[in-house]
Write a protein that binds this ligand. Structure first.
Ligand SMILES: [Cu+2]
Length: 183
């Protein structure tokens, strides 16, 4: 074999090996997943109604990225809730025994509450007529709801999920929803 032919054979072998490796790679399901809660609360109108420091100034309100408290309620009542309030991603897969790391990167508190079926939260005016789901009843006066609260800038973890489909929603802004498949 000439030197060039040997080099060519080596390159072909490497490319073939890479292709086989890629084809054989199984579908990847992680042992942990990152979820973020986002919102665009307008500090001026939220804090005037809900108290100082309720909404932190992370929405770049002066640049037009914030939603006033009045608009948030108006959009929800019209059945077109503000999509700036969101969990990302909306769907994900983790391995059994895995951990969900959920952080609140918005300006106000949220909850990450497991529910049997998606539905309304504990603030009637944000529910667009949906009934409050049993898991959210009573709001933060219910320990099980309070335990799922995530304060602005903080993180919570969910572990020990059984195999199957799990639904999580915010008990304040019920259109914030995540579906987790545990494999
Ligand atoms: Cu929320």
């Amino acid at each position: 074999m000439t030197n060039n032919a040997a080099k060519l054979a080596l390159i072909v072998a490497c490319v073939t090996l890479a292709a086989v490796t890629l084809a054989a790679a199984p579908e990847k399901t992680s042992t942990s997943a990152q979820i973020v809660a986002l919102d665009e609360c307008d500090p001026l109108t939220f804090n005037a109604a809900l108290g100082n420091d309720f909404c932190k100034n992370v929405a770049l309100a002066p640049l037009g990225f914030a939603t006033t408290l009045q608009d948030l309620f108006a959009k929800a009542a019209a059945g077109r809730p503000d999509q700036g309030w969101d969990f990302e991603p909306d769907t994900l897969k983790v391995k059994e025994g895995g951990t969900l790391f959920v952080s609140d990167q918005g300006g106000e508190p949220h909850t990450f509450t497991e529910v049997k079926q998606f539905g309304g939260g504990f603030i009637e005016g944000l529910n667009a007529g949906d009934r409050v789901v049993p898991e959210c009843v009573g709001g933060f006066s219910t320990l099980d709801v309070a335990k799922t609260r995530i304060i602005q800038g903080r993180q919570t973890q969910v572990t020990g999920l059984s195999k199957g489909i799990h639904h999580f929603q915010c008990c304040i802004h019920p259109w914030m929803r995540v579906t987790v498949e545990v494999k």
